[in-house]
Design a binder for this molecule. Structure first.
Ligand SMILES: N[C@@H](CCC(=O)N[C@@H](CS)C(=O)NCC(=O)O)C(=O)O
Length: 310
């Protein structure tokens, strides 16, 4: 535990990105606090903490709020360095692997899952995601694309099988790393939703054995807290992030600048605040919220837009 504060994860059980973080808890044997949030908006106890960022999961340590799994994972590695997520000196590649697993591989996985679930997807969920994306969540098109999605999924899973071909236990070698957790999310999501998971993996024996090894990592020690209690923790805490400028910032941004931060793909809701710290990989902004009080919200740089505000 970082000092006296609980590590809180705002998530829902069906969320594949949350599964990555739950596995990091398992790998590092972290005792954590689960706050179950609704799968769709509104999330009235969470938005005061994030300032409007609405993707899942979000990690909270007191009044420091971590958005996006890239950012959450970096903070967990900093606070709980042992065992490392980056054995054997592969930190850069392991972190960069998210741009494969979370983008093209995941897009493919999501289309396969929702296209196959078809009319089982609740209308309320479709409406919520259309609002988030600002575009049609076109289940019929996803269903029509299933043959292509199966081809693509096979290619992605095929790379995992190829990587395991020399008999290694984990994608990076003999020790588990972040690459395993990143890639596994896409298998977990299909297995959690589609009865054809076994059929899709039938030709990949090494992947099936690896999948079982990753699953066995587990989720660490989980206890539950309500959304209202988590908001109370935020309100009763002060942010602990130290100020840190970045002399190499490509745009000359400085601590104290007022900026908007938003994802660059969809759900482009801006969170506004003053820079507390920034680096090539992270930006933290301070904001005041009438309900949550003073909070510092952390984002990664890759996949996010930072623009001057005001
Ligand atoms: N890049 C984000 C992606 C997170 C993401 O897309 N999560 C899904 C749920 S698993 C989501 O937020 N869906 C919309 C929502 O829950 O509001 C991350 O790594 O955390």
């Amino acid at each position: 535990m970082p000092g006296d504060l609980p590590v809180i994860l705002h998530h829902f059980d069906e969320s594949p990105f949350s599964e990555k973080i739950r596995l990091v808890f398992g790998l590092k044997k972290i005792a954590w606090t689960s706050v179950l949030i609704s799968r769709i908006m509104p999330r009235p106890d969470l938005m005061p903490l994030t300032g409007g960022y609405r993707r899942t999961p979000v990690m909270q340590i007191g009044a420091d709020i971590y958005c996006d799994t890239q950012c959450i994972i970096r903070e967990l590695e900093r606070c709980f360095p042992t065992p490392t997520l980056f054995p054997g000196g592969n930190e850069g590649l392991a972190l960069a692997s998210a741009m494969w697993t979370d983008k093209s591989f995941f897009q493919n996985t999501v289309n396969l899952v929702f296209g196959s679930l078809a009319d089982k997807v609740p209308q309320s969920f479709i409406e919520d995601r259309e609002k988030l994306r600002g575009a049609k969540f076109d289940i019929a098109a996803m269903t029509a694309a299933i043959p292509q999605m199966r081809d693509q999924y096979r290619a992605h899973v095929g790379w995992v099988e190829t990587q395991l071909a020399d008999g290694r236990s984990w994608l990076g070698g003999n020790e588990v790393s972040l690459v395993d957790i990143n890639a596994y999310m896409n298998l977990w999501y299909v297995r959690s939703n589609l009865p054809i998971a076994d059929e899709l993996l039938a030709e990949f024996p090494r992947v099936r054995a690896w999948e079982a090894r990753v699953r066995a990592i587990g989720h660490g020690a989980r206890t539950e807290m309500s959304t209202a209690e988590a908001l109370e923790v935020g309100r009763n805490s002060s942010p602990r992030t130290q100020e840190a400028g970045d002399p190499h910032d490509a745009n000359g941004r400085k601590v104290g600048d007022l900026v908007d931060v938003r994802p660059d793909d969809y759900g482009k809701i801006a969170v506004r605040g003053r820079i507390v710290s920034l680096s090539a990989h992270g930006i933290a902004i301070r904001r005041h919220d009438d309900i949550a009080g003073d909070v510092v919200v952390h984002f990664p740089r890759a996949g996010f837009l930072v623009t001057p505000a005001g």
